[in-house]
Design a protein around this ligand. Structure first.
Ligand code: GLN
Length: 551
């Protein structure tokens, strides 16, 4: 997408540049069949990684056939988390997989939605750029899609098409890749179709029919897959796989069965062992360097129990990057506890009892009033009971509200997001935000520079780095000018004040020094974790939780 047609964040990262004319020459296109949610994103990320470790310059493009311009306005309860990139793009969570698996930062150039495509085509039509033509799905919309795919900055572009074959919205994207594969030469394309084979307990057999039918759908569009990746709950028998190969018209050695695994970080190793990178390279006629896979993730887990105090309980994906950050820091997947349930508990004593099951807590980001009083109760208990706690974005804002209410006696302290008439707006809308009318892509978004104040716990966690960029996504901020007396700087420690540990033009982090771990950050550290390099805040929380657990 060109600059003017995009909806950039208000404060784009200063180092961000649009991708130039460099373009990929070869492509791996990943489609899905039967059902969604079978790990196509993980597979795409793993495929990219095994090629990257074999010396190939890869990049990824996630295509989302929905009409939203980006994922920013979608409800995390249905769609999972919104992943924010350095350049302030609000993306589908698959970009998070790509970043973590590839160890490479994504930008808005790595995602294309139908909303963007149509927006751009319609804008061009208004500008009179189609020279009197009737503007049509083919060739105008397909050309818009193809030009985006061509512009992927890499030697091999990995394209993941969201949804499943047969979805109405997805068809135009499949048509575009089909056309492009003819234009650039079919030999420059590898098509991989990822499907699911259910197991029927009553008759004790794998059922391959849905997979056969989804391959037929793909062929009808004019795409013959080169590889079939068959997901299943348990390992499939040879006969069923032979059948899939036969009906799919794919050589048996290019049918890969990937049964469920409890650890998705094993997938790149599995694919590498199967030699998928070599088979793809052979088809694409590219050379590989045989370096082995440089892939490290925690094999043993620390015996700590972490709970995340959430309010988007519709899907585990709502807090995806936080989960993965903890797993990559060597901690078991956290338990999500319901903030609204905590509101219902009668006495503070009950909250303390309830929380005694966990060694560490996370209060994550979120929007709107629902559940926030429950989260505030958790923060109060964690502060008083000395339970390690990390507040992220909304979580940090609630830490400030809790402190103002219970330590500074500002009983009705609140954020104007939840109570516009609060007498003590300790969290308030940023001045710049008051003029904003549209809700899409208009928050304070993406990488922002801050200064970490020396002498703080945060400074230790960051290994004494002073200037750091972290990713943001919020409209409200700490009302420092209005409530300076609530805060102090590291070193001036006063038990009745919250220590500010990072600043920009806003308060970016707070902490309580006399506590095993009480840290709140206005940014989202979870977006920066990579395989082999989890964000240090999660390691620090896990360590503090481990110390508590062993007491
Ligand atoms: N709702 C809060 C704000 O807009 C926090 C946002 C978040 O947690 N990402 O500032």
């Amino acid at each position: 997408m060109s600059k003017e047609s995009s909806l950039p964040g208000l404060y784009a990262h200063p180092e961000f540049r649009e991708v130039g004319n460099l373009s990929a020459k070869k492509f791996v296109v990943i489609t899905g069949g039967v059902i969604s949610g079978i790990g196509k994103g993980i597979f795409a990320a793993s495929t990219a990684r095994i090629l990257k470790d074999s010396g190939v310059r890869v990049n990824t493009l996630k295509i989302d056939p929905y009409l939203n311009v980006d994922a920013g306005t979608m409800n995390p309860n249905q769609h999972g988390e919104v992943f924010v990139t350095d350049d302030g793009y609000e993306a589908d969570l698959d970009l998070g997989h790509y970043e973590r698996f590839l160890g490479q930062n994504m930008t808005r150039a790595n995602n294309l939605t139908a909303g963007q495509v149509y927006w751009s085509v319609v804008r061009k039509e208004r500008e009179g750029r189609f020279l009197g033509a009737t503007v049509q799905m083919v060739p105008h919309v397909t050309e818009e899609i193809k030009s985006k795919i061509r512009s992927i900055d890499a030697d091999v572009g990995i394209i993941e098409i969201g949804g499943t074959v047969g979805d109405i919205e997805g068809e135009i994207f499949l048509e575009a890749v089909r056309e492009l594969s003819l234009e650039l030469g079919r030999e420059n394309f590898v098509f991989i179709h990822v499907t699911f084979v259910p197991y029927l307990k009553t008759t004790n057999e794998f059922k391959t029919k849905p997979t056969q039918q989804s391959i037929q759908l793909l062929r009808r569009i004019g795409i013959q897959p080169d590889f079939l990746v068959v997901r299943s709950e348990s390992p499939m028998d040879v006969d069923s796989l032979d059948k899939v190969a036969l009906f799919g018209g794919v050589p048996r050695n290019r049918v890969i069965n990937l049964p469920d695994t409890s650890n998705v970080y094993e997938i790149p190793e599995q694919l590498y062992r199967l030699g998928l990178h070599r088979s793809m390279a052979k088809m694409l006629r590219i050379d590989l360097v045989d370096n082995g896979l440089k892939w490290e993730y925690p094999k043993a887990v620390k015996p700590v129990r972490i709970a995340l105090v959430g309010k988007y309980l519709g899907t585990d994906d709502a807090y995806k990057s936080i989960f993965e950050s903890l797993i990559l820091a060597g901690v078991e997947k956290p338990v999500v506890i319901d903030a609204e349930h905590i509101e219902e508990l009668e006495r503070d004593e009950d909250v303390r009892m309830y929380l005694s099951n966990w060694d560490g807590l996370i209060v994550p980001g979120g929007f709107g009033k629902r559940g926030i009083e429950g989260k505030i109760r958790v923060i109060k208990a964690a502060r008083e009971e000395r339970i390690p706690i990390l507040g992220i974005c909304l979580g940090m804002q609630l830490m400030v509200i809790e402190f103002a209410r219970h330590m500074a006696g500002l009983e009705k302290a609140n954020s104007t997001e939840f109570d516009p008439n609060t007498p003590h707006p300790v969290i308030d809308m940023m001045e710049q935000q008051k003029k904003v009318l549209n809700l899409g892509g208009t928050m304070r978004l993406g990488a922002q520079k801050m200064e970490i104040l020396p002498g703080s716990r945060l400074a230790k966690i960051y290994g004494d780095q002073r200037e750091v960029y972290e990713r943001h996504r919020h409209r409200y901020e700490v009302n420092y000018e209005g409530y300076k007396e609530l805060f102090c700087k590291p070193g001036e420690e006063d038990r009745d004040k919250l220590v500010i540990s990072a600043m920009s033009e806003f308060v970016e982090a707070v902490e309580i020094p006399d506590h095993p771990f009480f840290v709140g950050v206005q940014y989202h550290p979870e977006y920066r974790s990579k395989v082999g390099a989890p964000h240090p805040l999660f390691i620090a929380l896990a360590d503090a939780a481990e110390r508590k657990g062993s007491r």
